[in-house]
Design a protein around this ligand. Structure first.
Ligand code: HMG
Length: 426
């Protein structure tokens, strides 16, 4: 295989990027064909995926190259409409690679289902009755979905909590490569008649929880501060500011929200590219961010002056899937999995959390040094030029003019485009 070199990937045209991916032999022939011929989701398949379909909404599909995760280089597919997100991720990947890349830990990978019971008059008795039948109930859950047991998964544990007037029965389920929503819901519903009998209460609902605390994943990296600045003193100062930025997100919810939004710029982009349910991932992670009663930043950065390194780490629920749902239906999603080397769910979860941490690093680095506008607006200018109606050949010159403006907005872009066109005519 050709030695992979990604410098300048951003400056290539989409066609040249596809050619490069081909040269690197990163895709099988089917995925290559999908990319080359721009095969999209057939409308008849889209019509089976949701309801009342009339068309499809396309989004940009990009690649953030050369993420070193657990010693292996990955090219991460990112679906996003926002300028500077992919640039920032690529930039962070490049810098972090020089310091050894990311390390990930998958703490466990199980989903949690819950059955909420009400009208339970004796909580203690109900709990005792349910817990003495724990093995029977787990077996009952497994009988409701025998195929997952055949694949080596199934219901693993059951526990009870009393919250206000509710007796809640939780069940953890090993869903293997699937996200498992349907599987867990089927299991929970199968338990309700027995739970009602044992508790002498009534079922309010039986459903999967998106707060996947049994699917926690950690990504971390240690970065030499020399990448923050060549000047030792300035690097030291910037490292301290980076740590303060992470502390600010621990104490101020207004900042924590934006801090985490930046993290999700990366996470959502890869979750979407791989055909996963980004609402589920967002819901679980935001609940995790407020697990101690206050909404806080998901990542944390520390500075070790002795080794002149900053250490970033982030843990969050990442119940990602590589099978099921719409994953096998969308041709571009297939390309994304192929590009990643068809990882299993645990490997994919580690990549997603690493990307979130990289995105956070790029944002904090920019915020605490040049400010976000310098890098972001440079790329935002392209969107403004297109929005103003610039044709392909006009985008470059218009972006240059926009970057010299104090107030970069659509009105300015339109007026600059007009003057460009007038100058050309005269
Ligand atoms: P720079 O130093 O001007 O970049 O940074 P450079 O031109 O020196 O290029 C360095 C590398 O960056 C390139 O390496 C690429 O990997 C990448 P090369 O390929 O040349 O060997 N890169 C690009 N990749 C693709 N397309 C491009 C491109 N440009 C550079 N056009 C950069 C420029 C934008 C990377 C930097 O300023 C940055 O990271 N800024 C942060 C931007 C950001 O975080 N954007 C997210 C949107 S803002 C937001 O929603 C979140 C936020 O509110 C979150 C928070 O508050 O925490 C900020």
């Amino acid at each position: 295989m050709t030695k992979l070199k990604w410098t300048g990937f951003a400056k290539k045209s989409p066609q040249e990027r596809i050619e490069l991916i081909k040269t690197f032999g990163l895709l099988d022939s089917e995925s290559q064909d999908i990319l080359e011929n721009q095969v999209s989701l057939p409308l008849e398949i889209a019509n089976q995926m949701a309801e009342n379909i009339v068309t499809e909404l396309a989004l940009p599909f990009a690649i953030a190259p050369d993420f070193l995760v657990n010693g292996k280089s990955y090219q991460l597919p990112m679906v996003t409409e926002e300028p500077s997100v992919v640039a920032a991720a690529s930039f962070a990947a490049k810098l972090i690679k020089h310091s050894g890349g990311f390390k990930t830990t998958v703490h466990s990978r199980q989903m949690i289902g819950q059955v909420a019971l009400f009208d339970v008059t004796d909580f203690e008795k109900a709990s005792t009755h349910i817990m003495t039948q724990k093995s029977f109930l787990l077996e009952l859950a497994n009988q409701a979905h025998p195929s997952i047991v055949k694949r080596g998964g199934g219901a693993r544990d059951l526990w009870i909590e009393q919250k206000e007037d509710f007796l809640i029965v939780y069940v953890s389920v090993d869903t293997k490569e699937a996200m498992g929503a349907n599987m867990v819901n089927t299991m929970m519903e199968a338990l309700t008649p027995s739970l009602e009998k044992l508790s002498k209460g009534q079922t309010l609902m039986a459903i999967l929880s998106n707060y996947a605390t049994e699917s926690l994943v950690t990504a971390e990296c240690t970065i030499n501060i020399s990448i923050l600045s060549r000047n030792k003193e300035e690097a030291h100062h910037l490292a301290k500011k980076l740590v303060m930025a992470s502390q600010l997100a621990q104490v101020d919810s207004y900042r924590a929200s934006t801090h985490n939004k930046g993290i999700f710029n990366g996470i959502d982009a890869l979750v979407m590219a791989t055909g996963n349910d980004w609402r589920a991932i967002e819901a679980g992670a935001h609940t995790y961010a407020s697990r101690n009663g206050q909404y806080r930043g998901l990542s944390q950065w520390s500075y070790d002056e002795a080794t002149a390194t900053v250490h970033g780490q982030m843990t969050l629920p990442m119940p990602i899937a590589t099978r099921g749902g719409s994953i096998g239906l969308n041709p571009t999603v297939q390309v994304a999995h192929d590009l990643l080397g068809n990882p299993d769910a645990k490997e994919l979860a580690g990549l997603i959390v690493s990307l979130g941490l990289a995105q956070n690093f790029a944002a904090l680095k920019a915020l605490t040094s040049t400010g976000i506008q310098a890098g972001h607006m440079k790329l935002q200018a392209k969107s403004l030029a297109l929005l103003a109606g610039a044709r392909e050949a006009e985008v470059g010159p218009l972006v240059q003019k926009l970057l010299n403006e104090k107030h970069m907005n659509l009105t300015t872009a339109e007026s600059l485009l007009n003057s460009l066109r007038n100058a050309k005519r005269s």
